[in-house]
Each structure stands twice: as structure tokens, then as C-alpha cells.
Design a protein around this ligand. Structure first.
Ligand SMILES: NC(=O)c1ccc[n+]([C@@H]2O[C@H](COP(=O)([O-])OP(=O)(O)OC[C@H]3O[C@@H](n4cnc5c(N)ncnc54)[C@H](O)[C@@H]3O)[C@@H](O)[C@H]2O)c1
Ligand SMILES: O=c1ccn([C@@H]2O[C@H](COP(=O)(O)OP(=O)(O)O[C@H]3O[C@H](CO)[C@H](O)[C@H](O)[C@H]3O)[C@@H](O)[C@H]2O)c(=O)[nH]1
Length: 330
């Protein structure tokens, strides 16, 4: 079956990998992105329509032009720290922007949406691994904006017969194994690129935020999931909606956690370079450990992570950053 999928935020990190996966599956991804954080050169697998979720007319134009079968909705702001200092920016773009998108879908009779949610909706978990029915108590406006959208999707399902899959990603990491797309954030606060930039000498060092957590080596533990595995899950979520029309919230993680020190050690091994680091205070708002219970994605979508071992994540990210940003790296 050939169909067009509207991909909001398709010029960004996870969106561009998903466009590649949709195209490989014979679907046509149409990217809708305002390019505030996206990159036009990462849009390689279908047309780019420059536009903003805040603009209902721009949305009407793409729905009229392409009559998409479904929407995959990545477009959002995603800096946790900034969401604390400027929550208005987050609620306006993430929540109001999604309302505009959903209302455009209703106007144009498009009923299926796959939404980028996050493990940040769980807040500080009472236990790990975290199942989907764990209480959701986000501890910052970014996480709350995503939880509000989950609630809105459920209300729209009941009232307007829409259908959705909310995918709660854990920590997206790595890059396309073919090197065709990857992560290009500015600013870039995430751990793995920060460690790679320190290995390459682009940054003087990486800070380890907290060495006194109740974890095996005292540093925080996260469930790093390869971006190509995330992309594959979106294609499967689309197939699931086509097949069953059943709405779901689903974790995407590996079920295995890695500490900050384990990431630094793996980067040293993969790059053959010692990583300069400093031990620093905990970063406010960071839970000690976030690890997914991944069974639901396996059972419902037949999904399994394939590229998410630490070595593959770091090797693919290293290859990408060397090509994109680190021309002078060793
Ligand atoms: N990166 C992660 O670890 C992670 C984890 C969990 C959830 N998420 C979610 O996944 C999604 C994608 O994350 P990413 O890391 O690829 O981010 P990204 O910033 O690389 O991509 C987001 C894209 O959306 C676009 N955009 C933002 N606001 C827009 C608007 N109003 N109109 C049109 N386009 C707009 C940006 O220009 C950008 O290209 C986000 O919703 C994020 O909250 C990311
Ligand atoms: O320079 C750094 C950067 C990070 N960390 C630590 O490394 C771990 C991972 O940090 P990231 O910033 O890479 O990612 P987060 O765990 O903060 O991810 C959060 O923010 C993401 C969006 O940016 C996603 O939404 C995700 O779901 C949400 O939990 C954390 O323990 C953090 O304290 C460091 O020690 N040093």
C-alpha cells in the first residue's frame, strides 16, 4: 500500500530518520517544519513544506495538497531546562501547536496520529523498569506539555473518533548507520554528543552531573535507544493503526540502563581517545534512573531494538558527528 504521511518536525533528528524508514517501507513522507531547529538538508526522502503549527492556513494548505493518510507528530520544543525558565514557550508551541494540528486533521478528515511522547511524563519513577501504567507525574513543564497532549489525544479519540499511538521514547541516541542523517542540535546538551565533542577536543571536557546517585557506580542511569530503532517503531505504529484502529501509549526503550561513566568508557573505547571529564553537581530535576519496560512494544508492534547496544549507538553517532561537525577530529 502506498500512502502519504505528514511528518511534522521531519527536518529534525528523530523525524528525519523516520522519513527514511517510511520511504524504505514504500510510504511518502511529507515534512512540515518551520526550520527553527530543523535542517533542510536532512529532508531527503520526500517533499519539505516549510510552515509553522501556529499557522492554521499553512496546515490547511498541506492537508489539501497531500491528503495524508496519517500524521506523525514530532514538531515540538524539547529542552527541559529551558521549559522551566520559559514555560510559556513550551505550552504555546507544544500544546497549542498540537491543538492546531488536531483541528486541521478534523477539518480534513485525517484521523490517525502517531505522537512523540517521552519518559519525562513519568517524572521520578517509584521503581524501574517503568511500565506504561506507572503513574505519570512529570517534574518540569516540558514533560507536562507532553502529558497534556496525551490527555488531549484521548479526549479527541472519545469525542471525535480519532485514533492515536503515543510513543514514549526514552533517551534517543545514535545516528543513521548509513551516515545519511543524524543529530544536529544547537545548543546540544545531551550526554552522548557532549562526550563525543570532549573526545574530539571540540569541548574541553564533559561534566558528570552527579556521582552520588544510588546506582552501581554513583552516576545517573538512562535507557539509550537508537534513533533508527525509534524510526522503525513509528512505521510499525502506523501499520498497527491501519490494522486495528486501536489507540495506545507505548514505551520505546531497550529495558537496559547505562550509567554516565559507562557511556564515557564506551566512547573512549570506540574512538580510541581518552575523554576528559569533571565530576560535577547533580543537574536539578534529573531522576537517578530511567529504564523502560519494553514488553508492550514487542507484543503489540512486534518491535525490538536492533541497533541499541552501546557500541553501535556510539559508533554511528561518532561517524555522523565527524562528518558533520568534527572535520579536524582524530
Ligand atoms: N531526543 C530525545 O531524546 C527525545 C526523547 C523523548 C521525546 N522526544 C520528542 O521527540 C520529538 C523530536 O525530537 P528531536 O530530538 O528530533 O527534536 P528536533 O528539535 O531535532 O526536531 C523537532 C523539529 O520540529 C520543528 N518544529 C518545532 N516547532 C515547530 C512548529 N511550531 N512548527 C513546525 N515545526 C516545528 C523543529 O524545527 C525541528 O526540526 C520532540 O517532540 C521531542 O519532544 C525526543
Ligand atoms: O553533559 C552532560 C549531559 C548529561 N549528563 C547526564 O546524562 C544523563 C542523560 O542526559 P541527557 O541530557 O542526554 O538526557 P535526559 O535524560 O535529560 O533526557 C530528557 O530530555 C530529553 C529531551 O531533551 C528527552 O525528552 C528525555 O525523555 C528526557 O528524559 C543525565 O543523567 C544527565 O545528568 C551528564 O552527566 N553530563
Amino acid at each position: 500500500m502506498t500512502a502519504t504521511i505528514l511528518v511534522t518536525g521531519g527536518a529534525g533528528y528523530i523525524g528525519s530518520h523516520t522519513c527514511k524508514a517510511l520511504s524504505a517501507r514504500g510510504l511518502t513522507p511529507v515534512t512540515f517544519d518551520n526550520l527553527v531547529y530543523g535542517h533542510p538538508d536532512l529532508v531527503q526522502w520526500g517533499p519539505l513544506e516549510k510552515g509553522d503549527l501556529a499557522d492554521p492556513t499553512a496546515l490547511d494548505t498541506v492537508f489539501e495538497r497531500y491528503a495524508p493518510r496519517a500524521v506523525i507528530h514530532f514538531a515540538a520544543y524539547a529542552y527541559v531546562g529551558e521549559s522551566v525558565s520559559d514555560p510559556a514557550r513550551y505550552y504555546r508551541n507544544n500544546v497549542c501547536g498540537t491543538l492546531n494540528l488536531l483541528d486541521a486533521m478534523r477539518r480534513h478528515g485525517c484521523r490517525s496520529i502517531i505522537f512523540s511522547s517521552t519518559c519525562a511524563t513519568y517524572g521520578i519513577p517509584s521503581a524501574v523498569p517503568i511500565p506504561e501504567n506507572h503513574p505519570q507525574r512529570p517534574i518540569n513543564p516540558y514533560g507536562r506539555s507532553k502529558l497534556f497532549i496525551e490527555h488531549i489525544l484521548e479526549d479527541y479519540r472519545q469525542a471525535y473518533d480519532m485514533r492515536y499511538v503515543a510513543l514514549r521514547y526514552f533517551n534517543a541516541a545514535g545516528a543513521d548507520p548509513d551516515g545519511e542523517t543524524g543529530e544536529d542540535h544547537d545548543p546540544e546538551p545531551h550526554l552522548i554528543p557532549s562526550v563525543l565533542f570532549a573526545a574530539a577536543g571540540k569541548r574541553s571536557h564533559v561534566d558528570i552531573f552527579g556521582t552520588d546517585y544510588p546506582t552501581p557506580d554513583g552516576t545517573a542511569v538512562r535507557d539509550y535507544i537508537h534513533v533508527s530503532d525509534l524510526a522503525d517503531a513509528h512505521v510499525r505504529a502506523f501499520d498497527h493503526l491501519e490494522r486495528t484502529a486501536a489507540s495506545e501509549c507505548i514505551n520505546l526503550g531497550t529495558g537496559t540502563g547505562l550509567s554516565v561513566r559507562q557511556i564515557i568508557d564506551t566512547v573512549s573505547n570506540v574512538t580510541g581517545t581518552p575523554v576528559p571529564f569533571r565530576e560535577a553537581e547533580r543537574r536539578p530535576g534529573d531522576p537517578p534512573e530511567l529504564v523502560a519496560e519494553p514488553e508492550k512494544a514487542r507484543n503489540l508492534l512486534g518491535w525490538q531494538s536492533r541497533h541499541s547496544d552501546a557500541e553501535t549507538i556510539i559508533r554511528t553517532a561518532w561517524n555522523w558527528h565527524r562528518k558533520r561537525h568534527l572535520h579536524n577530529a582524530k
